[in-house]
Each structure stands twice: as structure tokens, then as C-alpha cells.
Ligand binder design. Structure first.
Ligand code: DX5
Ligand code: ZN
Length: 212
């Protein structure tokens, strides 16, 4: 399986966001993961479209919307460099409508689910989207410990994807390290988000390689 690494800049030195994204890119990260939090869907507030717009156009920008009303944000993020937009199935927006909006903007669409949300909740959309984002920690903060109980759900989604959409990517997000990466890959994940493990590594290149 072709494994991609998406570097979550939430755990980077945010006073140097341009340098930090360049560092992740040079270390071999395939995507830049941009976590958007609205202080309502999750407790934290991170950053939004104007900040994302400052990132270099060279990167594949993987936007993760942890917001209550993602459908209102699609145009803004499409205009601010997103290549992929994922939103939560637990949000208040209609999922079909939001997926259509992302596709009409010419972007790839992903649907994210929290650790305790069952796999079945995303089954109806798996044929029409490009990615499922399985949260392996509770959304809201970087640097948390991986939740092992999410592994069966990754397996379940991969099994279903083999039947209905073999090209579907499965991204995992939260607590991904050199130790947990083999577990999620074995379960069927092929896009690995990693924040603190990468940005706190002495050698980021080696850290990226260890995930792959
Ligand atoms: C958490 C975010 C994650 C987070 C991952 O709500 O969605 O992307 O930054 O950070 P680590 O890899 O440190 O768990
Ligand atoms: Zn994320």
C-alpha cells in the first residue's frame, strides 16, 4: 500500500508557520494537515482560512474542519488553498450537501468521525467521497495518546471500502507515532496524520520514514 504522511502543523512552532511547513515538506511529508477548530464543535479555537492562505501553493493542503457548520466554510477554504476538505459526520451540516459543495469547488472530499462514532455512520457516503478520516484521539488538541479501541473501526471501514470503493483513502489522526503507525497500517489506514511526533522529532526525515 502506498502510505502518505500528512504533517499536522497544529503542533509546530506557529510563530514560524511558513518555515515549519517547509521543514515538513523537506522531510518528506506528502501533505500538510490544517486543523480548523471553531470553539464550538470542539473546545479549542485554532485558525481559519486567512491563515491557511499564507501557506505555499506548492503543498497539498489537507484541511480538517472541526467546526459545527462546515458547509458555510467550503468556499472560503477552496479559495484559500485546500486540495482536500474533510468535515465531521457529527457536525450540524447535511453531509450530502457538504460533499457536493466540496466537489463542485473542484476539491477532494473527506468525512471524519470521532473515536466513539460507529463506522456505519459513514457507510452511506463511502462511494461518493475520496477519504474517510478516522479520529484516533478526541478532536481538539495535539499531543494526546492513541486510542486503541479505534482499530476495529478502521478494519471495518477498510473491509467495506474494498466492496464499494477500493480507491477510498483512510486517514487516521491523533497519537500517530513510530509505535502506533504499524497498527493503523495493518488495520487498513493509508494516510497517517502526525503532529507532535514529527514536529518534536530530532530528525524529522527519519520520523517520516518511520511512519511510512
Ligand atoms: C486533533 C487534530 C490532530 C492533531 C494531531 O484534534 O485533528 O490533527 O493535531 O496531533 P498529534 O499527532 O500530536 O496527535
Ligand atoms: Zn486533524
Amino acid at each position: 500500500m502506498n502510505i502518505k504522511v500528512s504533517a499536522s502543523i497544529l503542533s509546530s512552532d506557529l510563530s514560524q508557520i511558513g518555515t515549519e511547513t517547509a521543514r515538513a515538506d523537506a522531510a518528506g511529508a506528502d501533505w500538510i494537515h490544517f486543523d480548523v477548530m471553531d470553539g464550538h464543535f470542539v473546545e479549542n479555537i485554532s485558525y481559519g482560512a486567512p491563515v491557511q492562505k499564507t501557506l505555499s501553493k506548492r503543498y497539498f493542503v489537507d484541511t480538517h474542519l472541526m467546526v459545527s457548520h462546515p458547509h458555510t466554510q467550503i468556499g472560503l477554504f477552496a479559495d484559500s488553498g485546500s486540495d482536500m476538505i474533510s468535515f465531521h459526520i457529527e457536525s450540524e451540516s447535511d453531509a450530502d450537501h457538504t460533499v457536493n459543495k466540496i466537489h463542485r469547488a473542484g476539491l477532494m472530499a473527506g468525512i471524519a468521525l470521532k473515536p466513539s462514532t460507529p463506522a456505519e455512520s459513514v457507510f452511506p457516503y463511502m462511494e461518493k467521497i475520496e477519504m474517510i478520516l478516522v479520529m484516533t484521539v478526541e478532536p481538539g488538541y495535539g499531543g494526546q495518546g492513541f486510542l486503541n479501541y479505534t482499530l476495529p473501526k478502521i478494519r471495518e471501514i477498510r473491509k467495506r471500502a474494498e466492496e464499494v470503493n477500493p480507491n477510498l483513502m483512510i486517514e487516521v489522526d491523533g497519537g500517530i507515532t513510530g509505535e502506533t503507525a504499524p497498527l493503523v497500517k495493518k488495520a487498513g489506514a493509508d494516510v497517517l496524520v502526525s503532529g507532535s511526533y514529527l514536529f518534536e522529532a530530532k530528525d524529522m526525515y527519519r520520523a517520516v520514514q518511520s511512519l511510512k
